[in-house]
Write a protein that binds this ligand. Structure first.
Ligand code: KIV
Length: 286
């Protein structure tokens, strides 16, 4: 057997990892090269999050992200990935009208290279959509807790499920997502005790973001862990690098070098042969 054959991570792999108590890793990515590096580092899953509305497009929320935006970045990411499970967010309004629209939009993301789609919430309407998608052969990841596409109805960036009653409500929603075919569940900004209780009482893997260490896996936004995003960084982010400073340092040096004539030197230029140069100079001086 060829040892170089890469075994892609699937929804079944994630379930097995939960059953074996093996932690699942997920990071967001929005472009080809970042996705390639994340994949090469052995991260299990890559999410083309609609957080790209903020990190890439400079919006203040995810609400303005369109299915066309998601398709562009899903194609870019998928081209860089060999092993990780690629999940694409369904943006606001892309799964809120009817089953036909939802299936068409989810199907386009799958055709763009995603192996699953993620959608937020668990109202009866959304559960119906999840059921329909999974019945149509489209893998679905649920998303509960803080759901950024509901920012206007939630009214701010608040931790969700902060009481016994709300934790039970969230667990019931998680169970319904599982019953309707979701194969994994993102839990965002949930107290760790609540996330633990939910993770222990459903059989699909939970992937936490700001939901503590008891989730079956963790996800963070790549720009946050690399220190690239210029805005506020949430409390739950661990920053592993300061790319922003590295970028600004390199860009300032380039700017300075061009202005002072330090760049480009001969090393970075192409030259004519002596003979051609002579001809050129001769011609110019005629
Ligand atoms: O859009 C996104 O990046 C997400 C993660 C925060 C889970 O949904």
């Amino acid at each position: 057997m060829n040892a170089d054959i890469i075994k892609p991570v699937t929804s079944r792999t994630l379930k097995k990892m939960k059953d074996n108590k093996e932690k699942i890793t997920m990071l967001t990515a929005y472009d080809f090269s970042t996705a390639k590096y994340i994949d090469e580092c052995g991260v299990d899953s890559i999410l083309i999050g609609d957080s790209l509305g903020m990190t890439i497009l400079g919006y203040d929320t995810t609400i303005k992200v369109t299915i066309e935006d998601m398709l562009t970045f899903t194609k870019a990411v998928s081209n860089g990935v060999k092993r990780a499970l690629v999940v694409a967010d369904m943006p606001f309004l892309s799964y809120h009208l009817n089953k036909e629209q939802t299936t068409l939009n989810a199907g386009r993301l799958i055709q763009a290279g995603a192996k699953a789609v993620k959608l937020e919430g668990a109202s009866d309407f959304i559960l119906d959509e999840v059921h329909h998608l999974t019945q149509s052969g489209i893998n679905v990841v649920g998303h509960l807790g803080f759901t950024p596409q509901y920012i206007n109805t939630i009214g701010g960036y608040f931790v969700q499920g902060k009481s016994y009653e709300n934790t039970i409500k969230m667990l019931n929603a998680a169970k319904k997502l599982e019953e309707n075919g979701a194969f994994a569940l993102v839990l965002e900004m949930v107290p760790e005790e609540s996330a633990k209780y939910i993770s222990e009482n459903i059989s699909i893997p939970t992937i936490g973001i700001g939901a503590g260490k008891y989730c079956d896996g963790q996800v963070l936004v790549i720009d946050d862990i690399l220190g690239k995003y210029p805005g506020n960084i949430p409390k739950f982010v661990k920053q592993y690098a300061n790319i922003k400073e590295i970028m600004k340092d390199a860009i300032s040096k380039y700017n300075q070098d061009v202005k002072t004539g330090e760049f480009p030197t001969k090393e970075y230029s192409f030259n004519l042969t002596e003979e051609e140069r002579d001809k050129l100079e001769h011609n110019i001086n005629k």
